[in-house]
Design a protein. Structure first.
Length: 306
């Protein structure tokens, strides 16, 4: 199950363009295995002399752009030189972050998953947008430690306008939306009250309202206690979902990937049911959302050592 989620997270189009047999071939021929069972995994060590060469993660401000050509033949993993964490190797070169720091993964499972993203790259060019796990790892390693207070501050700024606190007005035109919100979101709000001891306030204003200070403090405390990898994943999920509550629900195991996507797209899916799906619009949005949520969930699972 975990490997299926991982395969789907590696590329927005992999579920439609890659057959099961092709995936099986990739997982057996690539030096980057998809396994996340760290107790049984053995490090794939590089044969040959050590080298100080390194490869820097390419960056691009354009979504969907291609950066350079594939310049490596073999992708593998090895224990970091200092013995702390795991490195991804492109041939005999160590993969580095955009700021030229060695990319050190906390677990072998994450290193292998990122190696699989690099193995997937085509010969005609490297596509950073097909490497969501690499992006999250770089965020956790570089941005979060430096900007942690700001990341938490930005998440809490949006807390009072959280998607799950806003309700459609009780009117003829919005009755279907309100009914769906009660059916799908109320169980999550009940969990919030049970988990944190405070009942959330609901409001119909588009601009949100103001939750109690106790509940806000409880959520902020969760963010402060999160490690760098967890905070990077929470930030990614909350950004995609417009909801810190949904992000915390995923991190704490209350929500799965499919349920999370359903809650995020609740109103949009009602519109699709009523007016139909726009090809090249709704379907692309759904695929993109699935990649964002699934990759964050996989990242969380692979960074946890137990």
């Amino acid at each position: 199950m975990a490997s299926n989620i991982l395969r789907k997270s590696l590329n927005p189009f992999i579920t439609t363009t890659t057959t099961t047999s092709q995936l099986r071939h990739l997982s057996t021929t690539s030096a980057a295995a998809f396994s996340s069972n760290q107790e049984n995994d053995e490090p794939i060590l590089i044969k040959g002399p050590k080298t100080t060469s390194d490869v820097v993660m390419p960056t691009s401000s354009m979504t969907g752009s291609i950066v350079g050509r594939r310049f490596y033949k073999k992708v593998s993993t090895r224990e970091a030189e200092d013995g702390v964490g795991w490195s991804v190797m492109l041939d005999y070169r160590t993969l580095k972050t955009p700021s030229k720091r060695p990319l050190k993964c906390p677990t072998l499972g994450l290193a292998k998953a990122i190696a699989a993203e690099w193995e997937y790259q085509q010969t005609d060019g490297i596509r950073p947008f097909t490497m969501p796990l690499m992006k999250l790892a770089c965020t956790a390693l570089e941005r979060v430690p430096i900007t942690r207070p700001k990341v938490i501050e930005n998440l809490m700024k949006k807390f009072h306008q959280d998607l799950v606190f806003c309700r459609a007005p009780d009117g003829k035109l919005t009755r279907g939306v309100l009914d769906r919100q009660v059916q799908k979101i109320d169980p999550l709000l009940d969990w919030v009250e049970s988990e944190f001891g405070f009942k959330p306030m609901l409001y119909t204003s588009f601009f949100g309202g103001r939750q109690g200070e106790e509940l806000a403090a409880a959520f902020e405390n969760v963010l402060k206690k999160a490690d760098d990898c967890e905070l990077a994943a929470i930030d990614a999920i909350a950004s995609a979902a417009h909801s810190l509550v949904i992000a915390i629900g995923m991190v704490r195991g209350r929500l799965g990937i499919e349920e999370t996507i359903e809650l995020i797209r609740l109103e949009e899916d009602l519109q699709v049911d009523k007016w139909g799906l726009v090809e090249g619009g709704h379907d692309v949005d759904i695929a993109d959302l699935k990649v964002q949520i699934a990759s964050a969930a996989v990242f969380l699972g692979l960074t946890r050592r137990c």
